[in-house]
Design a binder for this molecule. Structure first.
Ligand code: AMP
Length: 282
């Protein structure tokens, strides 16, 4: 497995792989790998001839009061996991390599970045799109693999690839969960054991909504209220948003009469967690 720190070398390696006729899969991460990341790597390995993973905690996607400084890091463990998952190259640049002095550009998507997490984390998606756009230009993949846990991120990237004609197939992978249902996340590491118990309320809320829809409930307000009540009945929880929306446009729906996205962002203590499910009428 190659460990590559410069943009120039990564581009050279990818270009050569392309010239040799390989299909390149790419999995961008911020490191501190868990089974969710490993699943993306498994899909990338299966679908491509060469697998590149990046590890880069991207400062531009964190707000000024967010957890950039304390975001968990474990490069040694990540490299071991990457090796076992069959990664061919890990791209791990420094912040200066990615954003040298004088850096000027942005990539801004309009409507879909303004709902859900875009509302509560202004500037977040601009940070995501610029870094992923750069990483695509650096790793030159045919396929890029993202998790459905970050649902809005996945559709923002798909839209960017389409709008900018990047010619990359973006593949979404279902959320990997702990045995008890908690969506895996590097941020779960921040939770105390009491908070960890309350964090389960997100998945319980999604399950409750699914049951209500299965039993015929079609009123978004009733579903959202029931989910809110369930979550707030757990200690340490504070709701950022509960949205029932169109899965492509992320606009609120008036009635559950076709597949729709239930997306949650909840603070448990100081940790902000997200989760989602697609609700279907049957
Ligand atoms: P991150 O390192 O948190 O930026 O995540 C890197 C990639 O892993 C993103 O595409 C995430 O959506 C994906 N991911 C994170 N958690 C999970 C999970 N529990 N299941 C599946 N994919 C995930």
């Amino acid at each position: 497995m190659q460990i590559i720190k410069t943009i120039e070398l990564m581009q050279e390696v990818s270009e050569k792989w392309r010239m040799d006729g390989n299909i390149i899969s790419f999995v961008p991460t911020m490191g501190f790998l868990h089974q969710g990341h490993i699943e993306l790597l498994r899909v990338g390995r299966e679908k491509g001839d060469r697998l590149i993973m990046s590890i880069f905690v991207n400062p531009t996607q964190f707000g000024p009061k967010e957890d950039y400084e304390k975001y968990p890091r474990d490069t040694g463990g990540d490299l071991n996991n990457a090796r076992s998952a069959g990664v061919d190259a890990v791209f791990m640049p420094t912040v200066e390599e990615m954003y040298p002095e004088g850096f000027q550009s942005t990539v801004r998507l309009e409507e879909i970045t303004q709902h859900l997490c875009g509302k509560s984390r202004p500037g977040h998606f601009a940070g995501v799109t610029i870094v992923v756009g750069k990483l695509f230009n650096i790793t030159k993949p045919h396929l890029a693999i993202f998790g459905e846990k970050d649902y809005q991120q996945l559709i923002v990237i798909k839209q960017m690839v389409k709008d900018l004609n990047m010619g990359i197939e973006v593949i979404g992978v279902p959320t990997v969960r702990e045995k008890d249902g908690l969506a895996m996340s590097s941020r779960n590491n921040y939770l105390s054991s009491e908070e960890r118990a309350s964090a389960l309320s997100l998945k319980k809320g999604l399950d409750l909504a699914r049951d209500m829809v299965a039993k015929g409930e079609r009123n978004p307000a009733k579903i959202k209220n029931a989910v809110m009540e369930l979550i707030l009945n757990h200690p340490f929880t504070e709701i950022d948003y509960i949205a029932l929306c169109n899965p492509e446009k992320l606009t609120d729906i008036k009635r559950v009469d076709r597949p729709c996205l239930l997306a949650l962002a909840v603070r448990v203590g100081n940790t902000r967690l997200i989760d989602n499910v697609i609700l279907r009428e049957n």
